[in-house]
Design a protein around this ligand. Structure first.
Ligand code: ADP
Ligand code: MG
Length: 215
């Protein structure tokens, strides 16, 4: 699915990664574990090219991104790759001025040009998948942390990504909210969505992983 080969990454002359290989296998949930500062977020951000690599190649299907491309060509390929992924952050990043349904339909309508009716029908299916079908007209300020993160997952899935990337999706949540979100990620794994999840919590990681990648 997404393939990293020989990846190198430096910050300020210090090597964070060198010669890193990683495959996100189709239909599998890969959990990336490591202590704080080990580069988990950077690795996830290189998988969707929010962060550029300095050496090696990132590949998704026919899109191949070797290090050192001219800027314009990198932007073109990185954008194409990113549109085939969905990202969920620790802090949800929902649009506060939009209701839940509009949060979920925004990218399909604006970026992908889907009709409102089709986008809303798909959004309602996804809200059902995350157990939030009754929240379509609520606003983010009236959602709990667990509810917000479940909406963020539905929103990330709305563009029909091939890979869902989750960066410490439960680390800002209380135990009850964590359980809600873990159930959703487990359901997606059982349905065969391709996922990569970062966590520093070994117990949670082992529970959700088909495969564990240790940094
Ligand atoms: P993790 O998610 O595992 O806690 P990160 O990927 O956030 O780790 O960071 C790994 C290391 O890279 C840290 O030492 C961090 O300070 C450094 N780092 C990350 N992003 C940048 C950046 N944009 N500029 C400089 N250093 C960075
Ligand atoms: Mg991190």
């Amino acid at each position: 699915m997404i393939e990293l080969r020989g990846i190198g990454k430096q910050f300020g002359g210090r090597a964070l990664f060198a010669g890193l290989d990683l495959d996100l296998l189709p239909g599998k949930t890969t959990v990336i574990m490591g202590r704080s500062g080990s580069g988990k977020s950077t690795l996830l951000r290189m998988l969707n090219q929010l962060e550029r690599h300095d050496a090696g190649t990132v590949r998704l299907g026919e899109i191949e991104i070797p290090a050192g491309l001219p800027h314009g060509e990198w932007v073109k390929r990185a954008t194409a790759l990113r549109r085939r992924t969905g990202m969920v952050f620790q802090g949800y990043h929902l649009f506060p001025h939009l209701c839940v349904l509009d949060n979920v339909t925004l990218a399909p309508r604006i970026v992908q040009g889907r009709e409102r009716e089709a986008a809303e029908a798909r959004a309602m299916e996804l809200l059902k998948l995350v157990g939030m079908q009754d929240a379509a007209d609520r606003f983010p300020a009236r959602l709990s942390g667990g509810e917000s993160q479940r909406i963020a997952i539905a929103r990330a899935l709305a563009t029909e990504p091939e890979v869902l990337l989750l960066d410490e999706p439960t680390s800002a949540l209380d135990p009850g909210s964590t359980a809600e979100v873990v159930k959703v990620i487990g359901d997606l794994r059982d349905r065969g969505f391709t996922q990569a999840m970062v966590t520093h919590d070994p117990e949670l990681g082992r529970r959700l992983a088909d495969r564990v990648f240790e940094l």
